[in-house]
Design a protein around this ligand. Structure first.
Ligand code: CIZ
Length: 294
């Protein structure tokens, strides 16, 4: 059986041969994260994709994230969420013609083509905070992230799309409380995609990049982490003297975990799953991503 380190070496050698940069999301399998050139959240990876000089971007994440990389680097080869669709969003926009549409980047390119500006969980309050307070907003697709943004910005004019991330939505407050009780003194960090009950237990509500920074600012020796469990790999590596516990053992995203080292090698070697976008969609979708990046 091929061991993980020889697969990682094979992937890195192939990437060097093909002039490829390997980007991996914080929720990827540990062995995939360790083989990547850059690991981060969708905003950080979008910025790496826009800045890279490599001719190929191997994106280890989910489809919409690779599409965002392709939008920002259209001349690059990008081998490789459907809570909201473009026609359904068009119908809601027709009902609220006065509203501006803000979309979490966790949406497909054809949805992004319908929106005014994108955001990630790392910058959603800032993006929404820059929109005049009396301007109604349609927020898609994650109602929990939208609810948190409305709380933080004090807005009462956000029309929430009823979508959610099952991994975060389904975390139960009693399970999270039991994990906190089992580790007295531990600080709960919760992702804004968590439901409000779980968020209300948290000392800090932040994106994955925020969770990676937070322990450096805290004296706590232990943290309970309410997000996809892939993040614990980086937390353990960055803070070997602290303890980290998943808030819910079931918080595992099956889509993120579909990327294995074998599949990453195959994608790069055979050009499988290459991302292509219709030019008209790409042009409109890029505008909403660029507004965010700016
Ligand atoms: O924006 C991302 O990368 C996601 C999905 C979560 C986060 O907080 O980083």
């Amino acid at each position: 059986m091929t061991d993980l380190s020889s697969l990682q070496q094979q992937l890195r050698d192939l990437a060097a041969e093909r002039d490829a940069v390997i980007l991996a999301h914080n929720y990827q399998r540990p062995e995939v994260q360790d083989a990547a050139d850059h690991v981060g959240d969708s905003l950080e990876l979008a910025r790496k994709a826009a800045a890279t000089e490599a001719s190929t971007i191997l994106f280890c994440g989910v489809h919409f994230m690779a599409e965002t990389a392709k939008l920002l680097s259209p001349d690059k080869t990008v081998p490789m969420a459907d809570m909201v669709t473009a026609p359904a969003l068009r119908r809601l926009k027709a009902e609220h013609p006065e509203a501006l549409v803000v979309a979490y980047v966790n949406t497909s390119a054809d949805v992004k083509a319908e929106v005014d500006v994108c955001c990630t969980s790392a910058n959603a309050p800032e993006i929404v905070g820059r929109i005049p307070a009396d301007q109604p907003i349609i927020f898609v697709p994650d109602r929990n992230l939208g609810d948190w943004v409305a709380q933080v910005t004090g807005r009462d004019n956000m029309i929430m799309w009823p979508g959610y991330c099952p991994v975060h939505e389904e975390m139960r407050v009693d399970e999270v409380r039991a994990v906190i009780d089992a580790h007295p003194g531990a600080v709960l960090m919760a992702h804004p995609e968590c439901n409000r009950e779980v968020r209300e237990l948290a000392e800090v509500i932040t994106s994955t990049s925020g969770m990676l920074r937070y322990p450096a600012t805290s004296d706590a020796g232990a943290f309970v982490v309410a997000t996809e469990t892939g993040l614990l790999h980086r937390l353990h590596a960055m803070y070997p003297d602290r303890e980290f516990f998943p808030a819910a053992r079931g918080a595992v995203c099956p889509n993120m975990k579909r990327t294995t080292l074998e599949k990453a090698i195959e994608a790069l070697d055979e050009g499988a799953n290459e991302i292509t976008l219709p030019p008209k969609i790409a042009e409109r979708a890029l505008a909403s991503v660029q507004r965010m990046v700016q």
